[in-house]
Design a binder for this molecule. Sequence first.
Ligand code: SF4
Length: 471
Amino acid sequence: MSDNVYSTICTGCNFGCGLYIRENDALKVDFRKSSPANAGKLCRFGMSLPRFYKPVKSIVDGKETTLDEAAKEAAKRISGSKGSVAFLSTGNTTGEEILAFQKIAESYLCTGANFEALPKDTYQTVSVGIPYSEIEAAKHIMLFIDPYEQYPLIVRRLLLAKNKGAKITAVWWKDLPLADENIRPNDVSKLQLTKDSVIIADFHPLSDIEQVKSVLSLARNAEAKVTFLKPFANSTGAYILSKDAKQKSLAQLIDDINKGTIKTLFALESDPSVLMPPETLSKLTNLIIQTGQEVSAKANVILAHEPLYKKKGTLINNEGRAQALGGAGTNGLDALGIIAGAKFDFNVLHESVKKAIGITAVDEFTIPKYDRPAYGTIQAAPKPLEAKPVLIDVYNPFMWNSLADDNDFVELNLNTVRALKLFKGGTLKIKSNGSAIEKKFRVAPVQDNVLLTGKRFGIEKGIITPVEISR
Ligand code: SF4
């Protein structure tokens, strides 16, 4: 294999799909059929990786510089903001970098996950999912996600399960074609679960924590299996490796920036503009971003290290499978060393990653054994949707990664189209929080009063936004 072909993992979500990136004049994707998570198959985002890996340059206050100089400047600004600096990394980088980052971030670490709001004994269940083979072998699968939109490669596993006789129940705002039974989230009490059920939900920085607790509670009461899919390539690694670190939730971080107690934010391979409103980001004195590709947030300092596919290191997918990246680059780790004031040794960090998941060698074909400890009773109070119009953002790999996609429309049902007297091929006016937009629409079997979107329009307040709609 020539030097410019990298065996790597897709960054679109935590499913762990393997592929090759071929680096010539332009980047190209090649299929890696031996990859155990996806057998070479990729979704639209995986195929769009060459677009995602848009080159980035190191910058200090608008001027181009070297990575080392940007790292020195970042170190200066971080030490000059003692007591008002926060560190954000949601898991889009190697386990080795995550461990190095934690050492710098002792004072204020945010992985984006709101673990503080969950009982400690659920941490492992939320962090590590079940092997995909157990999904294929399930007799009954309950979906709290839209697999086609959000985690597309799971569809293949669901269809295999269905071919073997599994019944699929979708608890979603839209009827899903592969489901045998479609239930709306407000009717969750009608669910019939047994020990043979497998629940598939997701967990991410914008998750409604009461909804997560409700899913955990359903699984516990029925003694069913539960697996939480996640949006970042190494979300599972970030959660396992940070489980003993003191962490703040994303909501807390946003609150602290809004209050002015956090003035400097250092984000590692995480685009804050995807996670926070622009008015929050504008309150920062210093936004420092270390990244391997262009991000949409406007940073004061950018540390441009190698893209993920060129890095050396380990990712852990949703099943807990350790996967080695096929690059040799460690300049991201070196930049973190400049900020820490001491060089990080890759080999030492790599040993710590392996130790944390109880393995002696990284082998993507063997899933390490994870304990799935029982957890106690959970009180959950998910808020039912009121019978008023809402816009629901269905977060997918394109949204999490700020990559343009051909989806500038909303989905709504025929009742809404008729009630508003909308024209075929026309548009819909959507108002929220003093902002108004006009969007094309598609008719789909969606719940009454619900508009679904796979693209952020900029008028949202979280995942579910109350709106006014008209022709
Ligand atoms: S399912 Fe996730 S990991 Fe797999 S190709 Fe799609 S975005 Fe990438």
